[in-house]
Structures are given as C-alpha cells and as structure tokens.
Design a protein around this ligand. Structure first.
Ligand SMILES: *Cc1c(COP(=O)(O)O)cnc(C)c1O
Length: 399
C-alpha cells in the first residue's frame, strides 16, 4: 500500500499501466520505432520515472519540449537520445553540445545562428507541412527546397533526422483526412527529393498519438506518442480507427476536510451559485484550482468518489478547496476522495473533468501543479496490471 498518510492531495501513477500502454502502441506500430514524448514532466506523470519505464521496455529515443526538460533527464542519468521539439536559445548551444542533446531546426535563420556558434551540434530538421507553427515550409503555397538544401549543407550541424507534425490527425472527417493524407504525401516527396540530391535525410518521423491511432504503421523510422502511455486519448468522445486496450495510469485524490449539514436557502462557495433546496450534507475537500483543478468545472455536477461512493461537486471551485454534496453518504474528515481513478468498484475519468472544462485530457494533466505530490506504483512490468485484475477476479469468484 502507498503511504499517503498526511497528504491533503496527491496523484498516483501506475508504472505497470505505462508499460502496458506502451506495449499496445508497439503492437500496432510493429516496424516503426517509438520516440517517447515526455514533455511537461510526461504530462504530469513524472518525466524521469516514465522515461525509465519506457527505456526498460525498449524505447531508445525521447522527445521533450525544452532544454530544461532535457537536462532534467540527463541529470537523472538517462543516456538515450533526446530530441528537443521546440525552440532553444542559440546562446545555449554549449549546453546542447555538452549534454549530447538533439535540437530541432526551427527555420533557416535559426539554423544559421546555431551553425555560426562553431560547435558540432546534433539536429533534426522540422518540415512544416501545414501546422504553421515551426519548421521550414513545405506546403503547396511555399516549398522552400533551397532552405532544406542550405540547412543540410551546414558544416556544424549534424542533421540526423527530419520530421513534421499533423494538426488534424484526430479528425476522421473527410476534409481533415484529405489534409492529413496530403501532408503525408508531401512529406514523403520531400524525403525522396533530398535523397535524389544525394542528401541523407536521417531519421524520418511524423506521427503523434492520433496519427498513430488513426493511421497505424506507415513505415516511417519513428513515431512520437506522448499521451498514449498515460492510457487515455485527448477526449473519449472522439472516435479513433484503432481503439487500443489502454489502462489509465494516473489517479488524483484528495481528502475530506470537514462535513456539515445545511438547510434550504443556505448557499455554498463564492458567488453563491449552489443554493440548498432540501437539507444537504456538504463535505469540504482539500483541492482547488491552485492544485490544477480547472475552475471551469464549477457548478457542473462533476461526480467524484468519496470513500468509493459517488458524490457531486457543488458551488464554485476555490483556490485550495471545493465542496461536494454527500447527503446520505458515510463520510468523515480525512476520508479519501478520488477525482480521477478507481475506488472500490467505481471509476471516475479524467475525461469528465476535461469535458466540464471544455478542454483536452492533455491539458487537464498538465494543469496539475507542484503542490500535488506524486506517488508511483508498480515497476514498469507490462504484464502486471492484467495479471492483478485476473487474480482479483479469481479471488472474487472464490467466495
Ligand atoms: C507533443 C508533441 C507530440 C506528442 O503529442 P501527443 O498528441 O501527446 O502524442 C509529438 N510531436 C510533437 C512535435 C509534439 O509537440
């Protein structure tokens, strides 16, 4: 059992579930290697721990957003290749070189600046096939072939890969699928042109989580799943082509602070948006938007589990606290409240919070703040979770 005694709020990350989810992705992607995207502290799941689990299960390449995130992995002793997916100030070139990090080429002027530092730097070139965020343009409106040629010719840049990104791979509508298809074709065309011109483009990769779920193994060198190890997609309501057998890895829990009985006419929390109609028992919970719970979920009747019993949040979410209607339930101060995860036979999902806050699960995870300590369970064994469930069923069947 986890020792969460004394904690007011915490997350539990099941590393066996992370390993199980990785295996689901690998079975779908077969020939394509996996670059583990562990940016923003692995979407709040713990970058160092998740990277170790992925490494232990055969992942040899990692992607982060910033040089700070890359250095955190290096300081934890992770020696695998690390690609920084976003911009790094060229003034940090010495750190990139010293820690053997791979930097994304954001555009041609950026590459010139990096090259001018006079250090041997490892890079992957970003091709912009339609996201229009970063990358050298390779779109019908502008195909900057000279830009790619110039970057690949730079003496100090070791361009070991080329990659692009899909903005609508989550959308199975006709237009979106046509757009994604054109991006893929254009990207493949770019890679061919480089090769025809005697340039080795290096490792080729384009698929993110939805690119993986909806387009499967496309034969590129790597794919770049992030959210999938966490065992969820961005939104449960979005259909996908390959529905994998995922296990959500993260649970979010807090505790009951106090319990009180209120009479009709009394109101709860800022703004007085919840007015008591029948006598109600209200529990105050030790979590608020300062912990990352979106304030937008206020007054949306979100279900939480108090001691494994369903209750609904009422009134505005405060910075450090919120309130639940626990009328008729057995509840006392110190009891555990689950906002994401299982308690007993019941489960509440991150998706419910996400839907009430009109967001995506990626953001709901990334909102969790440093005030929320993280506890890990499991050892990164992909077989452990299903085995535990089967053992539990045997035990249940036995009486
Ligand atoms: C964040 C990111 C990913 C991973 O995205 P998911 O949707 O979590 O799989 C992949 N590639 C790039 C460039 C990213 O920024």
């Amino acid at each position: 059992m986890l020792d969460t005694a004394g904690q007011r709020v915490w997350t539990e990350v099941d590393l066996d579930a992370v390993a199980h989810n990785l295996r689901q992705v690998r079975e779908l992607m077969q020939g394509t290697k996996i670059m583990g995207i562990v940016k923003d502290d692995a979407y709040g799941h713990g970058a160092v721990e998740c990277t170790r689990v992925l490494e232990k299960n055969g992942v040899d390449f990692f992607g982060v957003a910033t040089i700070g995130e890359a250095l955190e992995l290096r300081q934890a002793g992770i020696r695998s290749d690390i690609l920084i997916l976003g911009w790094t100030d060229p003034d940090q070139a010495a750190l990139l070189a010293e820690h053997d990090l791979i930097q994304t080429v954001v555009d041609v002027p950026y590459a010139r600046e990096l090259n001018a530092r006079g250090l041997k730097l490892r890079t992957h070139v970003k091709a912009d096939t339609g996201m229009n965020r970063i990358g050298i343009s390779w779109q019908p409106q502008k195909k900057d072939l000279d830009g790619f040629f110039e970057v690949y010719a730079m003496k100090n840049l070791s361009n070991e890969g080329i990659f692009s990104h899909y903005p609508v791979s989550d959308d199975l509508g006709e237009d979106a699928m046509a757009f994604t298809g054109r991006q893929t074709t254009m990207f493949q065309e770019l890679v061919s042109i480089l090769k025809e011109n005697g340039i080795d483009p290096g490792l080729v990769h384009i698929q993110n989580s939805y690119g993986i779920l909806n387009y499967g193994d496309m034969g590129f060198d790597y794919c770049r799943p992030g959210l999938l190890y966490m065992g969820v997609t961005s939104n449960d309501a979005i259909p996908v082509v390959n529905d994998l057998d995922f296990i959500p890895a993260l649970s979010l829990r807090t505790r009951v602070e106090m319990v009180k009985d209120l009479q009709p006419g009394q109101t709860v929390s800022y703004g007085r948006h919840h007015e008591v109609q029948q006598p109600e028992t209200i529990a105050s919970l030790a979590i608020g938007y300062g912990d990352g719970l979106p304030r937008l979920i206020s007054n949306k009747d979100l279900t939480v589990l108090v001691n494994g019993q369903e209750a609904r949040l009422v009134g505005n979410i405060c910075m450090d606290q919120c309130m639940a209607d626990v009328t008729g339930l057995d509840v006392k101060p110190g009891d555990v409240v689950t906002l994401i995860g299982e308690d007993g036979r019941k489960r509440v999902t991150v998706d419910a919070i996400t839907r009430c806050s009109e967001s995506i699960n990626n953001e709901t995870f990334c909102r969790l703040t440093k005030r929320v300590p993280r506890f890990f369970t499991g050892t990164g064994d992909p077989d452990a979770v299903r085995k535990q469930a089967a053992d539990q069923e045997d035990a249940d069947g036995g009486h």
